[in-house]
Design a protein around this ligand. Structure first.
Ligand SMILES: Cc1cc2nc3c(=O)[nH]c(=O)nc-3n(C[C@H](O)[C@H](O)[C@H](O)COP(=O)(O)O)c2cc1C
Length: 168
């Protein structure tokens, strides 16, 4: 398929930006023209043939830039192949088991239902104590989530490869 593929993301501390960069890299290796951008820097979504959008999760919510992007571009996204991902749980094992099946914010689900994404993925995230403020450290303790990097690069790469396959 011709045309650019957008990989847009919402991040606070950069872990999700790196996931988006990896997805972009895999798409480019597969011969697609992929552009990776923070959600708030995307111009016209109609310039892209397909969109991958992901966000870090904080207390069950997507970053506001990613959520705003999803809502503002609902119509254009509904007319394109779209893939969504959340970058969240820290801890060993299946990310969806860590979140008891949660993979996407409840409040955004109606928008996603109208967009009808090809897939919604949940990847393990990375929480670094050095970067967090005191409140965030406290909150992470409250939810008993460990700090550390739990991003599964093999799972991320495989998911991106499946997107490339679908677009070729
Ligand atoms: C205060 C705080 C709250 C968090 N809340 C959630 C949550 O509700 N669900 C979840 O899956 N991950 C949660 N996380 C983990 C982050 O989503 C994860 O570390 C993410 O990969 C960070 O991405 P970023 O570096 O792009 O901001 C939380 C982390 C912090 C520090």
């Amino acid at each position: 398929m011709d045309g650019k593929v957008l990989v847009a993301y919402g991040t606070k501390y950069g872990a999700t930006a790196e996931i988006a960069e990896r997805i972009g890299q895999v798409l480019r290796q597969a011969g697609l023209d992929a552009e990776v951008l923070p959600a708030e820097r995307v111009g016209d979504v109609r310039a892209y043939q397909a969109v991958v959008l992901g966000s870090a999760v904080y207390i069950g919510q997507w970053r506001k830039q990613a959520a705003a992007f999803l809502k503002a571009n609902e119509q254009a996204l509904a007319g394109r192949p779209v893939w969504l991902f959340s970058s969240g749980p820290t801890g060993e094992g299946d990310p969806a088991a860590l979140t008891q099946g949660w993979r996407f914010p409840t409040g955004l689900q109606p928008v996603a239902d109208r967009i009808r994404p090809r897939d919604i993925a949940l990847f393990g995230g990375a929480a670094s104590v050095e970067k967090m403020n005191l409140i965030e450290k406290f909150m992470l303790k409250q939810v008993k989530a460990p700090a550390g990097d739990f991003r599964d690069w093999a799972a991320i790469t495989a998911w991106a490869a499946s997107i490339a396959d679908a677009l070729k």
